[in-house]
Design a binder for this molecule. Structure first.
Ligand SMILES: Cc1cc2nc3c(=O)[nH]c(=O)nc-3n(C[C@H](O)[C@H](O)[C@H](O)COP(=O)(O)OP(=O)(O)OC[C@H]3O[C@@H](n4cnc5c(N)ncnc54)[C@H](O)[C@@H]3O)c2cc1C
Length: 307
């Protein structure tokens, strides 16, 4: 079956059908079907065993993103290029996160998180936020972005209902996510409070354009505020939320008091116990652990600096 989509027109995939979804009812998967976002992963890998058809989500025509009094919403079909051009542009320019506080300062890390993916501009115009999250790859930088922003994922369930979960809980292992068959990632929601917070981004890879092997994102918390996704650590003044991804199979998020580098070391040491460090051709476990530690201390210094 040949795709009819512009960027994918010349690519062939060994499947029988491609249906374009226009309504929610069209999103009910038939036996053998899988969702198609941008197709940048699906069209670059062998067809998963048992998949005989695709349901193209881009026909749903969802607004890519919107912002209102309750925060930011990003549709599962929002492309990475749309994310950068929209919410990314609302945030402070990269490298200027200590500039004038604004309602969207937290979005200053959007561009860097998208750049952390080893994608060409052409692929970024096609790849979607939902596809990146649904893959649950350790190097899926949308996970680190949205966990740092305390986002929740809205999932459409096949029975016509929906459920919400913190993005922090979405990835359950390398390439494994908490999505049952037929569940569709509708959108992610970022609360207002996180939009205006100071945020931080650090990454490391074996080569400058290589796949991200360690990534640390984070957000400064206002005095006395907590975070759903942070786990133990408590509330209190001068705390920051730090998130490590890419070097571990699942995201790890923790509240740390500003300047408390001993507590940060203690948390990083605990990763060995809680699931360990990820290892593949893009970096050994030991190297990723060392890089993560360095990046996390830098991130703590940056966010702990106030302003
Ligand atoms: C050159 C290249 C470099 C890449 N580099 C990286 C990288 O550095 N890090 C990384 O993580 N990935 C990388 N990828 C993998 C992938 O392209 C990206 O993760 C991309 O964001 C996937 O989005 P997509 O819309 O193209 O997904 P698709 O290929 O359309 O789908 C991917 C998976 O997600 C499912 N899916 C899609 N949308 C939804 C939804 N809304 N709800 C539920 N399930 C859904 C699909 O059924 C499929 O299983 C790369 C791919 C290429 C081709």
């Amino acid at each position: 079956m040949r795709s009819t989509r512009g960027d994918l027109r010349s690519m062939d995939l060994d499947i029988d059908t491609v249906r374009v979804a226009r309504t929610r009812a069209d999103c009910a998967l038939r036996p053998g079907e899988a969702f198609l976002g941008g197709g940048t992963f699906l069209y670059s890998e062998p067809v998963r065993p048992g998949v005989t058809g695709l349901v193209d989500l881009m026909g749903l025509g969802w607004e890519p993103w919107s912002v209102d009094g309750s925060g930011l919403r990003v549709a599962g079909t929002c492309t990475l290029a749309e994310l950068v051009a929209g919410p990314g542009a609302l945030g402070a320019p990269a490298g200027d996160r200590s500039g004038a506080p604004g309602p969207y300062r937290g979005l200053g890390i959007v561009g860097e998180c998208v750049s952390a993916l080893s994608l060409s501009a052409k692929v970024a115009r096609t790849a979607t936020v939902g596809g990146n999250l649904a893959l649950g790859l350790p190097a899926g930088s949308m996970v680190g972005l949205f966990v740092a922003l305390d986002a929740r994922a809205v999932v459409w369930t096949p029975d016509g209902g929906s459920r919400e979960l913190p993005v922090a809980d979405l990835v359950t292992g390398a390439g494994r996510v908490d999505l049952a068959p037929g569940e569709l990632l509708r959108e992610v929601r970022v609360p207002c409070l996180a939009l205006g917070a100071r945020t931080v981004f650090r990454r490391a890879s074996l080569t400058p354009t290589g796949r991200t092997a360690a990534m640390v994102t984070g957000r400064a918390l206002p005095d006395g505020a907590g975070s759903d996704s942070a786990g133990p650590g408590g509330d209190g003044p001068g705390r920051v939320l730090l998130v490590m991804t890419a070097s571990t199979p699942v995201p790890h998020a923790q509240l740390v008091r500003a300047g408390d580098h001993d507590a940060l070391d203690h948390w990083i040491d605990s990763v060995d116990v809680a699931g360990g460090w990820y290892e593949d051709t893009h970096g050994t476990a030991d190297w990723r652990a060392a890089m993560t530690r360095r990046l996390a201390h830098e991130a703590l210094d940056e966010l702990g600096g106030g302003a």
